[in-house]
Every structure is written in C-alpha cells, then in structure tokens.
Design a protein around this ligand. Structure first.
Ligand code: BEZ
Length: 201
C-alpha cells in the first residue's frame, strides 16, 4: 500500500453523518494539537499497544533517511493510554493530510477519564504500508531516533515529548520508556566521546 493514505481515508464514511466525533491520539497528538477541538481529555483504548515501528518521511525524518514514530499493534488485553479530542467533522480533512504517511483511519471503543465509553477514530499504520519499518530491538530503535530529524524537528524531541506526557498521564509503557533510557545513555556516551576527542587535540 502506498504511504500516501489521504484518498483511502477520505473514502471512509463512518462518521459522515456526525457533526462531531472523538479522536484518540497516542503519538504526537498526545502532546500537540495543531487543530481546533471542542474538548480534550486523557483516555485509553483496549487491545492495542504502542510501538516505534512506523517510518516517518515527512515529520521526523526524510524520504532518504526516515525517522521512527509510533503506530499501534494489536495485543489482547493491552491498554494504551493517550489523549482524546472531540473535533468537528471538518477537522478530519486536516488530520487526513497531516497523518497521510501510511496511517489509516480505524474505529474503536474508547474509555474517557471521566468514565464515559465512546466510539473514537484512531489513525494506525499497518505493516502493509510502504513506510512501515517493523520491529527492531529497543537499543537499535533508540540509535535510529538519535540519528534522525525531519521538517518537524529532531526525532529525539518527538520521543522525549511523548515520554514526558506519558509520565504526566501516569501511563506505563515499557517499550517507549526503554527506548528513552537507551537514547539518554547513547547521548551520554556521545558526549563523553566528544570530550575525549577534544582532550586529545
Ligand atoms: C497520534 O498521535 O495518535 C498519531 C499521530 C500521528 C499519526 C498517527 C497517530
């Protein structure tokens, strides 16, 4: 499947007769919303887990050197904590363009932090899209993130904004926090190597 998912997403008619809908964010949407919304609150979905398995050609990397960003992978009984936005139908057009790099619209049940259970839309990049990178060990993912940057900024900032917000939400996410631990270790090792190099000249 092409990484450009705008046309496929705009064929989905599930929400066409809704004036408003709930959107579940689990990646950059957790910490940043560059669109209008009516309500924003912590939420979770069941049966999906976050993974740094999607390539980013347009935000945190380039077509020649894609970065790594999150997608969701099915896992029975997993709970993924994120951020919910109540948006108007018009806002979806904007999101289809912003999240065009391999992400498809899915519909899921979502639990809001005030106890409400609602239907929500979520963007998920599945393994059949061209930008998909798939699994790698967490140290390798951290190395990849440390070395990547794109029009939206360094890939490491994406990871660190995500972990900061997950901490604020009290979310446990072993995969993401393990990558952060490796990234910070790599940064310390690189700084020490630079110091040694300067001391040697
Ligand atoms: C999210 O934060 O949920 C998200 C961001 C970019 C693409 C897909 C999902």
């Amino acid at each position: 499947m092409s990484a450009d998912t705008i046309a496929v997403n705009q064929q989905m008619s599930h929400f066409d007769d809704h004036a408003e809908l709930w959107l579940f964010g689990y990646g950059s949407l957790i910490y940043k919303a560059d669109f209008a919304y009516l309500e924003r609150r912590p939420a979770s979905i069941r049966g999906w887990t976050r993974r740094f398995w999607q390539g980013s050609h347009d935000h945190r990397g380039t077509p020649e050197a894609p970065g790594r960003v999150v997608t969701l992978v099915e896992q029975p009984d997993a709970v993924c904590v994120g951020m919910a936005y109540l948006i108007s139908l018009d806002t979806l057009q904007h999101l289809d363009v912003r999240e065009k790099n391999g992400y498809l619209r899915f519909v899921t049940e979502m639990q809001l932090d005030d106890g409400r259970q609602v239907e929500a839309l979520v963007y998920i990049a599945t393994p059949d899209n061209e930008a998909y990178l798939g699994p790698a060990d967490e140290r390798e993912i951290a190395r990849h993130i440390a070395a990547s940057a794109g029009p939206s900024g360094p890939n490491r900032d994406y990871l660190l904004h995500l972990t900061d917000t997950l901490r604020e939400l009290g979310a446990r996410d072993t995969h993401v926090f393990e990558i952060e631990r490796h990234l910070l270790e790599i940064a310390t090792e690189e700084a020490a190597a630079r110091t040694r190099k300067h001391a040697a000249v």
